[in-house]
Design a protein around this ligand. Structure first.
Ligand SMILES: Cc1cc2nc3c(=O)[nH]c(=O)nc-3n(C[C@H](O)[C@H](O)[C@H](O)COP(=O)(O)OP(=O)(O)OC[C@H]3O[C@@H](n4cnc5c(N)ncnc54)[C@H](O)[C@@H]3O)c2cc1C
Length: 381
């Protein structure tokens, strides 16, 4: 029987991350970042200096290439103040894995050390106005011109694409004739190249990292920025889906944990009818349900991460963890708001932000419907 209890080292690591995050992300600051739509670059740099970005970058290029079980702790802890902030770190993990696994050696050596040092950031642009769940129907195109590529089209819902020193990993069609999956290639695209226009979208949550739409008007991309082989982009993206889903589940655990903590504290403090509201069975049972769901989600994520680290098949477990934890996050944050009553509806408390940010959890990174479809397929249906 496998023991999923965290090791002493993992507990110490969790403690250290939590301390840094608590010091860097006090609630009033997170409220301001959310209100003003500002990403705290200084806090990100503090994470860089603490080595947390290095943790998620493969060791061949100066990172630590930490196992998924350790990274899951990192993702959970940094998502406690804001799952949106934590997405910035998650994007470095996905991006650097794709580069390290498939891009040319020179390109990795050029980019990944800068990612580790916080001098460059990675984001991911797959979704388009006409292609979401059916991502392979994308129409943004790239055609060769001399040794370069000319990129044309539009991406939608690109998280953090506008950030300073950001490089997008863009999926584009390089062959419109053959199999639609075979005709997709990946490119590394610095966001300040001529011909790129990036607009922020007005969104209900996830306002810190920010959601953008990106327009490419014959953007000239140096040939060396093609990632790996032409026509292999779909395969490359598919290789890291399990990792992406486990990462997302771990992120959502952090946000749900914070919502539960705030609701617990409030329920023990707030008095009505002469006693703390936590003494009403209806409230206590709601908190018990929240804690139970969180625990279940934590174990599901730990199992998926462990299987990933062992090199065992984990497609089903990763989708199950993403599905369950994303839906759990919505139940936990909605119940948390209910427990805070009218105060939960004000921005004085964080639970409303976890609720708003968490509303995306069942949409981004493959919707709940798509996760169920994948799980059903794994079940042989
Ligand atoms: C906050 C946020 C951040 C994001 N960040 C990024 C990013 O950084 N990079 C990026 O490329 N994309 C990003 N996305 C896009 C995200 O991945 C897509 O929104 C998601 O894949 C769904 O696509 P869609 O919005 O076009 O919905 P659609 O695919 O149009 O789906 C609409 C509805 O139909 C359902 N549906 C679709 N197909 C099926 C089916 N076969 N069976 C059953 N139901 C189905 C869906 O589940 C959904 O409920 C982000 C989105 C959000 C909201």
């Amino acid at each position: 029987m496998q023991n999923f209890e965290p090791s002493e080292e993992q507990n110490m690591m969790r403690e250290a991350i939590r301390k840094l995050v608590q010091a860097q992300c006090p609630a009033h600051k997170v409220r301001e970042w959310d209100r003003d739509g500002v990403f705290p670059e200084d806090v990100y740099q503090a994470m860089v200096e603490a080595g947390y970005i290095a943790m998620v970058v493969p060791s061949a290029y100066g990172g630590m290439g930490s196992p998924m079980s350790d990274c899951a702790i990192l993702y959970e802890e940094i998502a406690r103040p804001s799952v949106d902030f934590a997405t910035r770190v998650a994007l470095q993990a996905w991006g650097s894995m794709i580069l390290a696994d498939f891009a040319a050696e020179d390109l990795c050596r050029e980019v990944l050390p800068r990612v580790i040092q916080g001098q460059a950031k990675l984001s991911f642009s797959l979704t388009e106005p006409g292609s979401g769940s059916d991502a392979a129907s994308l129409t943004t195109s790239a055609r060769r011109e001399g040794g370069d590529w000319l990129l044309r089209g539009q991406k939608l819902f690109s998280s953090g694409a506008h950030a300073p020193d950001n490089m997008m990993i863009v999926a584009a069609r390089t062959d419109a004739q053959g199999d639609r999956h075979q005709g997709i290639s990946l490119f590394l695209v610095p966001n300040d190249l001529p011909g790129i226009t990036i607009k922020r979208l007005d969104v209900v949550g996830r306002r810190i990292l920010g959601l953008t739409e990106v327009f490419f008007d014959d953007v000239r991309i140096p040939g060396r920025y093609l990632i790996g082989e032409e026509g292999q982009g779909w395969t490359y993206v598919g290789r890291h889906l399990e990792r992406e889903r486990i990462t997302l589940a771990a992120n959502y655990l952090g946000s749900a944990g914070s919502a539960l903590e705030e609701a617990m504290a409030y329920a023990q403090e707030r008095r009505q009818f002469g006693r703390p509201i936590s003494q009403f069975q209806a409230i206590a049972h709601s908190l018990a349900d929240m804690a139970t769901e969180l625990e279940a989600g934590r174990w599901m994520t730990a199992v998926a991460a462990w299987r990933y680290d062992q090199g065992l098949p984990c497609r089903k477990e990763a989708s199950m963890a993403k599905l369950f934890v994303s839906e759990m996050l919505q139940r936990v944050t909605a119940t948390g708001m209910q427990i805070l009553g009218g105060h939960g509806y004000t921005t004085d408390y964080s639970v409303q932000r976890h609720w708003r940010d968490g509303r995306n959890a069942t949409i981004g990174g493959g919707t709940s419907q798509i996760q169920r479809q994948l799980i059903a397929r794994e079940l042989g249906l």
